[in-house]
Design a protein around this ligand. Structure first.
Ligand code: NAP
Length: 224
């Protein structure tokens, strides 16, 4: 698979590390010294973006005009009708995600089961706790908020900022006499690279248009 990797920073460099041990992947790296153009992108199977959102938007027209498939982890912008129009014009499948962790998709299914606890228990309480490195600015994390959203119930939200923790999320369900504890711990930023490379392997099987990574992962789980 020929991948045009856009961005080789903190996350893109993890893609480079993982691809180095996979002989089926060849990477062309684009950064501020080798900027992506439609001509340079053509001939690749997929463009994988770990550019920051503002830089990705600078190139989105060029990427669309190349006509190749896209997997994007760039964050911090909305998919406005104009941007969706560019996806449509490319006539190719695109996958987007703010969190490419594969494990998080399994967690989502587990949370959906826990959310039904009220069908069995009269008294059940949910708590969500997250731990991140000290440089993280937002709290609670976007992922903790997503967990609460997936749960669809009131939950006490707490957080901790310590050391260089990549990201730990915990959900506790407490009933009168039982406790269930669900924990997801990101051990390395490679989890995002791993999920994004998995998305690259799937994208060309999809119909043209924008797809959410969690829907693609959900379908793979449903088939298993
Ligand atoms: N979806 C996910 O799972 C996930 C996970 C982690 C991060 N992210 C997101 O991924 C994005 C990148 O994060 P990061 O921490 O890896 O960023 P980063 O370390 O700042 O890396 C950004 C990269 O963009 C390149 N770049 C900057 N300006 C450019 C330009 N004008 N033209 C071409 N390339 C340019 C830089 O190239 P130089 O090296 O030449 O400066 C660098 O390689 C962010 O939006 C972040 O939120 C997503």
């Amino acid at each position: 698979m020929k991948i045009a990797l856009l961005g080789k920073g903190k996350t893109g460099s993890k893609v480079i590390e993982l691809a180095a041990s996979n002989p089926d992947i060849s990477l062309t790296i684009f950064d501020s010294n080798n900027r992506p153009t439609r001509e340079k992108l053509q001939g690749h199977d997929v463009a994988l973006s770990f550019l920051t959102g503002d830089i990705f938007l600078e190139y989105i027209e060029e990427i669309s005009a190349s006509g190749i498939s896209v997997v994007s982890g760039s964050t911090g912008f909305d998919w406005t009708p104009e941007r969706l129009e560019l996806v449509s014009k490319s006539n190719s499948p695109w996958i987007h995600s703010n969190n490419f962790s594969l494990g998080m998709n399994i967690v989502k299914e587990m949370i959906s089961i826990l959310s039904k606890a009220n069908a069995l228990f009269q008294n059940s309480e949910f708590k969500i706790h997250e731990i991140h490195h000290t440089k993280k600015v937002d709290a609670p994390s976007g992922t903790a908020k997503a967990w609460k959203n997936w749960l669809g119930h009131e939950a006490e939200m707490t957080y901790e900022r310590t050391g260089d923790v990549v990201g730990t999320h915990e959900l506790t369900l407490k009933t009168n006499n039982e406790e269930i504890f669900l924990r997801h711990e990101a051990l390395d930023r490679k989890i995002f690279a791993e999920g994004a490379l998995w998305a690259c392997s799937q994208v060309n099987n999809l119909r043209p248009g924008l797809h959410d990574f969690s829907d693609v992962a959900k379908e793979a789980l449903a088939k298993a």
